[in-house]
Design a protein around this ligand. Structure first.
Ligand SMILES: [Zn+2]
Length: 362
């Protein structure tokens, strides 16, 4: 999801991008007679359609073993169709990255993150034009996102607010993306390192007595790292209180393991008050094979509270018809509660067939 936009909007073709990806041999990691109890999700990128069109799309998903969808819009048509098919609807909210939010860009340019060179992400975004990010240290930003969530909660059928882009911009891109931008990120560089806006600098100085701009080695400064993890955590946990007061849930799309999330995007998501987490286990971005999905699930489980459900995000364009089923089994075998597809429109007939076989309802 997050990543998919990134690729699409930068004009990178999937064929070129995935051309060198090797095909692994099928394997079975499941016993003969057992099957998994799973709950499975889909991030919805193509949300147009009438109620009837949605009914037929959801009927197909239901038969394939899917239980929940994450649309961003068209709720008036999607909700009645989902109710008829007994499929949950969760509202996908792109939160801190506001590249397409012209209103907030115009009215509140001061809310946007600033890098270590003193450049605003609004005026000089990193990597791609839409990398314009709101600073999580600012109270009005919290209020703004609360309002956005509140608006979605007007639909009583929406079961969770699903936070996406709830993080800092990538201080380091996943290894497989770096050559695509002709960038070598062997360490943290100042133009990708956020946020050094006046509010962040002041808050840090009040607490620790020094200006983050003066820190010599910010990449290894524990307090400065933790301070930034906590900025996002505080925001998420405030949203959690609000959402829970409305008797709904809070879910999020996050980077694939806690270590990767902290190191690349300063996202310390095991500390968040989430009901369910959907880590984007897009193995190809990290030059990994399908079996890494199981390893990633284990790493997540080590840090997650027991009560937080975990659904492995799968990047459909990087998985062939055998791998999609293997990915499900690796995830479930390692302790996931299900999967989330990015996205159903990338799935082809053999993919559905193979996936249905392993999901097997009991
Ligand atoms: Zn800031």
């Amino acid at each position: 999801m997050d990543r998919k936009h990134f690729l699409k909007k930068t004009g990178m073709g999937m064929a070129g991008f995935f051309g060198g990806f090797g095909i692994t041999k099928p394997l079975s990691i499941r016993g003969k007679s057992d099957h998994y109890q799973s709950k499975n999700w889909v991030w919805i990128t193509e949300s147009e359609g009438t109620v009837d069109e949605w009914k037929s799309r959801l009927e197909h998903l239901k038969k394939a073993g899917f239980d929940a969808i994450l649309p961003q819009e068209n709720f008036d048509n999607i909700i009645p169709a989902a109710e008829a098919l007994d499929i949950e609807v969760h509202a996908w909210l792109v939160s801190l990255q506001r590249g397409s939010d012209k209103k907030v860009q115009k009215e509140h340019p001061e809310w946007f993150m600033v890098n270590r060179n003193g450049e605003s992400s609004l005026e000089k975004p990193a990597y791609v034009d839409y990398y314009k990010w709101l600073c999580p240290s600012r109270k009005p930003v919290h209020e703004y996102l609360k309002e956005q969530a509140q608006e979605l909660l007007q639909y009583s059928e929406i079961q969770s607010i699903h936070l996406d882009y709830i993080r800092y911009p990538d201080v380091i891109l996943p290894i497989d993306l770096q050559p695509k931008y002709d960038i070598v990120q062997d360490k943290e560089y100042p133009q990708y390192d956020y946020c050094y806006c006046s509010v962040c600098r002041q808050k840090f100085e009040e607490k620790y007595g020094s200006d983050p701009m003066e820190i010599e080695d910010p990449a290894h400064h524990e307090k400065w790292l933790q301070f930034r993890y906590d900025r996002v955590t505080t925001l998420v946990n405030k949203l959690a209180i609000m959402v829970h007061e409305e008797n709904r849930e809070l879910t999020a799309a996050v980077f694939p393991t806690p270590d990767i999330a902290r190191n690349l995007v300063r996202q310390n998501w095991p500390d968040w008050d989430l009901d369910a987490v959907l880590p984007m286990m897009y193995q190809n971005f990290y030059d990994k094979g399908i079996d890494w999905i199981g390893q990633a699930v284990k790493e997540c489980r080590q840090e997650l509270p027991k009560t937080t459900r975990l659904y492995s995000g799968l990047f459909v364009p990087s998985l062939n018809e055998e791998e999609i089923a293997q990915a499900f089994e690796h995830a479930m075998g390692a302790g996931a509660d299900g999967i989330s597809l990015f996205t159903d429109t990338e799935m082809e007939k053999p993919d559905w067939k193979n996936l249905r076989r392993v999901i097997r309802r009991g």
